[in-house]
Design a protein around this ligand. Structure first.
Ligand code: SAH
Length: 341
């Protein structure tokens, strides 16, 4: 049986209409699930007996099960959820001032094997369903209540654009005005750089933000960090990014993990400035969340000198502190620590 949370409002309307039910009933179902937090068709009292019967026979409510929870000294909360096929995924909530940013996973494992990231190390298993993405939002929301989620980043395990159809549908469910009504401008997708899907995103005009994991603007070095750079080379990726930032109103973000002695020289800063010139962007510097992959994060002197060079070269950047490092909060770390046991 399929989880009813796999359906966008449009899909559910079409499906119910085909069965001869009114258009409006889909809207009522959305209202029950996403506004009244009801998880049983029997409780949907304003629906006819026939519709309730049809829904009960054909759909279910699936759940993600919390199997582990860690809280960092900085307040970052990391949840390990078990899915119905016993796969596990991570969901993180990062509090900051008046914000709670939810970091969602989109796949079990990852195909892209970035050398500094743990997510791909145990291989790729499968795409997450729309309902599994939505369930992370709903469960994390319950777990942090009375606080609420204010921002969403698709930056957990997996490559969101490699699960394109379900990613888009889950964004449609999250932003549905008749349901959760989450603001598009507070949703961001992070990608390792899948150009055809970035182009599809541009065509869809969803109004969500985009982050591109860049990490180096030297083609050879980027390929070493991110093998995807062979298939979708840097120059082409930057072209796609320019096109995204031209068509969407908000700036595009480039993620740049700092790797000691690898991507933090004066030349790196100047090359970054050159390649991004004329674009509406922000570079997000992240200190590498250390793991045993041969890379280290820079010391303070190296960091200070790189920042100085970036300023001098005219690069617009912010430094994102690495959050939750005491609880394995970097991509795939909690899941990997569970898998190793
Ligand atoms: N596949 C997507 C989203 C998941 S990774 C992407 O590549 O963007 C989310 C971000 O965390 C990416 O920018 C990724 O490069 C970064 N990341 C992964 N492992 C990291 C680590 N050990 N330290 C710092 N950043 C890391």
């Amino acid at each position: 049986m399929k989880d009813v949370k796999n359906y966008t409002l449009k899909d559910l309307k079409e499906l119910l209409q085909k069965q001869g039910f009114s258009n409006f009933s889909a809207q009522q179902v959305f209202d029950w699930i996403y506004r009244k937090n009801v998880e049983s068709f029997d409780s949907m009292s304003n629906l006819s007996k026939e519709i309730r019967g049809f829904l009960k026979e054909n759909f279910c409510f699936s759940k993600v099960k919390l199997s582990k929870q860690e809280v960092s000294v900085d307040g970052t909360k990391k949840f390990l959820f078990t899915l119905e096929d016993e796969s596990s995924i991570e969901t993180v909530v990062i509090p900051k001032k008046d914000r709670n940013t939810l970091c969602l996973s989109t796949q079990v494992g990852c195909k892209f094997n970035c050398s500094f990231c743990l997510s791909g190390q145990s291989g790729f298993k499968r795409n997450l369903k729309v309902s599994e993405i939505i369930n992370q939002y709903l469960e994390a929301g319950k777990l942090i209540a009375p606080e609420s989620i204010t921002n969403i980043v698709f930056m957990g395990i997996g490559e969101p654009l490699d699960n394109f159809v379900n990613l888009i549908k889950s964004i449609q469910v999250l932003t549905e005005t008749k349901g959760i009504n989450f603001s598009k401008r507070r949703i961001s997708i992070s990608t390792c750089g899948l150009i055809p899907e970035i182009e599809k995103l541009i065509d869809l005009k969803l109004g969500v933000k985009l982050s591109i994991s860049l990490h180096s603007v030297d083609s050879k070095k980027r390929t070493k960090l991110m093998p995807i750079n062979r298939r979708y080379p840097l120059e082409e990726l930057i072209k796609a990014a320019r096109s995204f930032s031209r068509k969407e109103k908000h700036l595009i973000t480039f993620e740049y993990a700092l790797l000691r002695g690898y991507n933090t020289s004066k030349q790196d800063a100047q090359a970054l400035a050159r390649i991004l010139r004329g674009m509406r962007y922000k570079v997000n510097l992240i200190s590498l969340n250390c793991l045993d992959a041969g890379y280290k994060s820079p010391d303070q002197a190296e960091l200070d000198s790189f920042r100085k060079e970036l300023k001098r070269a005219g690069v617009f950047f912010t430094l994102r502190e690495s959050r939750g490092s005491d609880i394995n909060a970097a991509c795939g770390q909690l899941r990997a620590s569970g898998l190793n046991k």
